[in-house]
Design a binder for this molecule. Structure first.
Ligand code: A3P
Length: 287
């Protein structure tokens, strides 16, 4: 295992790089003011964050792909818990579209006093595990995952950046009946991207024509995003990502865990899942 250090803030790991500081995380939680017309793309890592960011960027521009083809994804839908995004966010012409991986307890408290909208995308945690494992091999600010068994143990303990998948999902599900909270799964996006885009538009109060929706769907497809250098992470600097070891746009499918986990690993995962999700009333596509 490599010795890449992590920052620990309130029991949660974050990458130990300049963009994450305890001071800024405290500021985000306690002082950052969400505005009523803000839209926040919230996910646990590897759950389709960048896909949703692309969809939202295209919806914002009524399906016109010019913006997504010319501006980096992280500038279109900036990360609000990183100090390095602060100026982008402060200079953003409203409505601001932002992304966050923060667990609910560290999310800006101002959310509860605002009408800001949160779109929370959840993904089958077994696919999250596999995606996270591969990404950890290439993203240099993440600890070396070891082998799949090592990483599964680490993941199920929640000893990864942004903490436990179970805690993250359960924390955010507490918001599920709020009118400004929209829950969607990666699997729904996969099964019916057009229908999902229509639902997202309704939630945002955005009326797009049928042709504009077609354009969102086409430009947010795996193939198109994979070839868009503004979105596919190929422009992430080499000191942060070893491009020879992996890519963001890896498989883009549901269920790839089936060829990665042994029967015993899958059974163990299921047991931990059942224990942790006891009492959760939402049924997910993978349940
Ligand atoms: P895989 O590693 O399983 O391929 P995040 O953006 O949260 O880091 O999630 C990354 C995962 O989303 C990767 O999964 C990636 O391939 C997938 N993804 C990104 N864009 C996608 C798209 N347009 N369609 C389907 N999957 C996409």
């Amino acid at each position: 295992m490599s010795s890449v250090p992590y920052l620990t803030h309130k029991g949660i790991f974050f990458p130990a790089v300049a963009s994450y500081t305890e001071e800024y995380l405290r500021y985000v939680e306690n002082e950052f003011q969400l505005m009523d017309d803000d839209v926040v793309n919230v996910t646990y890592p590897k759950s389709g964050t960048n896909w949703m960011a692309e969809i939202l960027s295209l919806i914002r521009k009524d399906g016109d792909p010019t913006w997504v083809r010319n501006v980096f994804l992280w500038d279109r839908v900036p990360w609000f818990e990183t100090a390095t995004s602060q100026s982008t966010i402060l200079n953003y012409t409203p409505p601001r579209f932002m992304s966050s991986h923060l667990p609910f307890q560290l999310f800006p408290k101002s959310f509860l006093r605002s009408k800001a909208k949160v779109i929370y995308t959840v993904r089958n945690p077994k696919d999250v595990l596999v995606s996270f494992f591969h990404f950890s091999n290439s993203f240099k600010i993440l600890k070396d995952p070891g082998n799949m068994q090592d990483f599964m143990d680490t993941f199920l303990r929640g000893d990864v950046i942004y903490g436990s998948w179970f805690d993250h999902v359960k924390g955010w599900l507490a918001m599920k009946d709020m009118p400004n909270f929209f829950l969607i799964t990666y699997e729904e996006l996969q099964q019916d991207l057009r229908g999902s885009v229509e639902r997202i538009c309704r939630f945002l109060g955005k009326e797009l024509t049928s042709q504009q929706i077609d354009s969102v769907v086409e430009n947010a497809s795996f193939e198109t995003m994979k070839n868009n250098k503004m979105s596919n992470f190929t422009q992430v600097p080499n000191d942060m990502m070893d491009h020879s070891k992996g890519k963001l746009m890896r498989k883009g499918k549901s269920g790839t865990w089936k060829s990665c986990l042994t029967v015993a690993q899958n059974e163990h995962f299921d047991r931990v899942y059942q224990e942790n999700m006891r009492g959760v009333t939402v049924t997910f596509p993978w349940d």
